[in-house]
Write a protein that binds this ligand. Structure first.
Ligand SMILES: *Cc1c(COP(=O)(O)O)cnc(C)c1O
Length: 378
């Protein structure tokens, strides 16, 4: 039997309706043409499909279609937003505010910009994994050009007060970039209400395909393109548009359902079961986070051994493989865990196809494994 899939925060399977729409965009009989081909019907049809998808995505975040730029994923969208704004303003003397628990797509991009002379402030989260608007306000400088923060943290599921932080940025006349890869499809995202200038999105985090994403660029916001060659996407991102990927992301967007009552119930059931074990605690704050993620520390248990003893469940650990060594998660460390407890943590992430029976099976597998490992340690 296949293991229970509880790693939806790493990626989601493509929804069958998405797969069907994508398959219709590949062969000669389908909508296969280059959307930039202006001289024939095939091209026009492909362009129409791309624009339909653009509308579907724009609707989900309350944007205008002219504010959506297709990219290869949220990593590229993060790069375009942050490097694009930095290059627009000039590197020397510019200042960017971000946090220490951002995705590597943001952290590595900021580190690169530091090499170019940009000054970067890394805010430290609360123990719940949140950056407050007071912290952002206090970090603003005369030369701040951009604040870049994630909507939802991918490891612990914490939600930042995006609307309030956006308000602080607006008042200070500073651009606000949000990595929304873990937010869309989990909580309501509204670029207007949330005061967002730039928003990174990823198709494969909400039942679309991998290899496609988008950057929302608010009308009037200026940034320098990072990929050149043909001037596609109003000059902001060149390259032939991948019709099948884009159509898939559009259909996935049209299927987004912010009603997460059922998933919350399943997570509560999972925690109810796991909390019977001694020494378990939740990383982050259960009540204020997204319902899809439950990050649990199993004190007194070696995390690697635990993962190896639950082959029936596909989850992520609190350790990241950094080449040869296993490093404890920088996110868990930043919210106050020591190395040992970070290593002994597991992220369970639930999704559209998770069932009650799978949760029961997971509780049973983990309980058996933890008890066995503790018995061996005693
Ligand atoms: C998955 C993820 C990314 C990267 O998205 P890709 O589309 O895989 O490049 C960036 N940020 C966050 C918060 C993510 O969860």
């Amino acid at each position: 039997m296949n293991p229970v899939y509880l790693d939806y925060a790493a990626t989601t399977p493509v929804d069958p309706k998405v797969a069907e729409a994508m398959a219709d965009c590949l062969t000669l009989e389908g909508n296969f043409a280059n959307p930039a081909s202006r001289s024939h019907r095939y091209g026009w049809m492909a362009e129409e499909a791309v624009e339909t998808a653009r509308g579907q995505l724009a609707t989900v975040i309350n944007a205008d279609v002219r504010e959506i730029v297709w990219t290869s994923g949220a990593t590229e969208a993060d790069n375009l937003a942050i490097k694009g704004v930095a290059e627009q303003h000039g590197y020397q003397g510019s200042h960017i505010i971000t946090s220490s628990i951002e995705h590597k797509a943001v952290l590595d991009t900021c580190a690169h910009l530091e090499q170019q002379g940009v000054e970067v402030t890394y805010l430290q989260p609360t123990s719940a994994g949140v950056i407050t608007c007071e912290q952002v306000a206090a970090a603003l400088q005369e030369n701040t050009i951009l604040v870049s923060l994630m909507y939802v943290n991918n490891e612990v599921g914490s939600i930042n007060p995006i609307s309030q932080i956006g308000d602080v940025c607006r008042r200070a006349n500073v651009l606000f970039h949000v990595d929304g890869a873990q937010a869309v499809g989990k909580i309501k995202v509204d670029v207007e209400k949330d005061n967002i200038d730039l928003l990174s999105l990823s198709g494969h985090k909400f039942y679309g395909p991998k290899g496609i994403g988008a950057l929302y660029v608010k009308r009037g916001v200026k940034l320098v393109a990072q990929i050149h060659g043909g001037g596609h996407e109003r000059g902001m991102r060149s390259g032939t548009l991948a019709t099948h990927q884009i159509v898939g992301m559009g259909v996935a967007a049209s299927l987004v359902d912010d009603n997460t009552k059922d998933i919350k119930q399943l997570r509560d059931q999972l925690w109810q079961g796991l909390s019977q074990l001694d020494g378990v605690s939740i990383n982050g704050d259960e009540a204020s986070g997204v319902p899809h993620i439950l990050n649990v520390a199993f004190a007194g248990v070696d995390g690697e051994s635990l993962l190896l003893s639950i082959p029936q469940v596909a989850v992520s650990s609190g350790s990241a493989c950094n080449s040869a060594t296993m490093a404890p998660s920088y996110v868990l460390k930043a919210i106050g865990l020591d190395d040992e407890l970070a290593h002994a943590s597991i992220r369970f992430s639930l999704g559209r196809f998770t069932t009650q029976q799978q949760i029961e099976q997971t509780i049973e597998s983990v309980t058996t494994a933890v008890n066995r490992l503790k018995g061996m340690a005693a």
